[in-house]
Design a protein around this ligand. Sequence first.
Ligand SMILES: [Zn+2]
Length: 337
Amino acid sequence: MVKSTRIALLSVVVAVLSVLGFVAPSQAAPPGRVDPRPSTEELARELQELQWRSRGAIRVDAIGESNQGRPVWSARVGDGPLRILYVTQQHGDEPLGTPAALEFLRDVGVDRSDYQRWLRSQVTVDIVVRANPDGHEQNWRYNYAPDADPEYGEAGKGYDINRYHDPAVAPEDNPATEAGLIQRHYAEFQPQIVVDYHMQGRYVDGSGREITASLLWPTTPGVEADDIELAKQISVVAQRSMTEGGANVSQYPGGDYQGIARNAYGLRGSGSVLIELSDMGAEHEQAQIDSALRSMLAIAHSAADGSLAAVDPAEADAIPPRGTPLPQAAASGAHAD
Ligand SMILES: [Zn+2]
């Protein structure tokens, strides 16, 4: 009894303080911790719940099945003319884009404020949530194809999905199943903007401060100048929004191969960006999820209100390069793209 009375009193105190403006629960850290690695079952359950709670604003569909028969989910919110595709977790052991996607869907799809309604009327955001469910279950980078001898990937494990988006390869000829699903989904959705969420190792900038995220636009030859410009504008919006949340963002030293999603969807005419969250350990995971969420919200908002088009793409070139690995992280090996 005493305990419950104390809790009740505490609630009253918090409520009074809230009214007085001393505590702002809605702006504080989200109540409860976001699960950084929802299981396959939990992810499906959360997506179904979001769809149900959104009363039609969120549509969840499987775009196909992984090699081991797990659904690869698309969740789509809004019905506006600007189409944005986010992809998370192509690499199974780079998880944090996935919980950020769930929070994005909750923020944009479940609320019925004037703002959310306006945003949903301007943009359609489709998210391939955890593109590589088998890799997630194995806790490895690749898909699950242990009998394959992949050009990109690892024999005994599977394909590196993010090397199999080459526009010259048709989805039906794609040896990396989940990459073929994304190619098909892209062709059906025709997004103007594509942002692919990954994770990298730990690095510092030139002054020794830790880099929390890196990003990059297409670097393969043949991408139209307009599409590179748009990708740079998206990069600037992402960098600004993450920096406002305390992030330290650099350019990512990515490769030119056209099978990488960042390059492939640039070649196909989208503003295509890679975002890499640094793998900073458990104590930073909630902040990293929040950072990814900020970028997702800011990109959608800036596309919706037209401010994206006013961004000077040259600002992207001014984002500093990524520095050296943190000493304790240098030995652990790095993720790539
Ligand atoms: Zn990756």
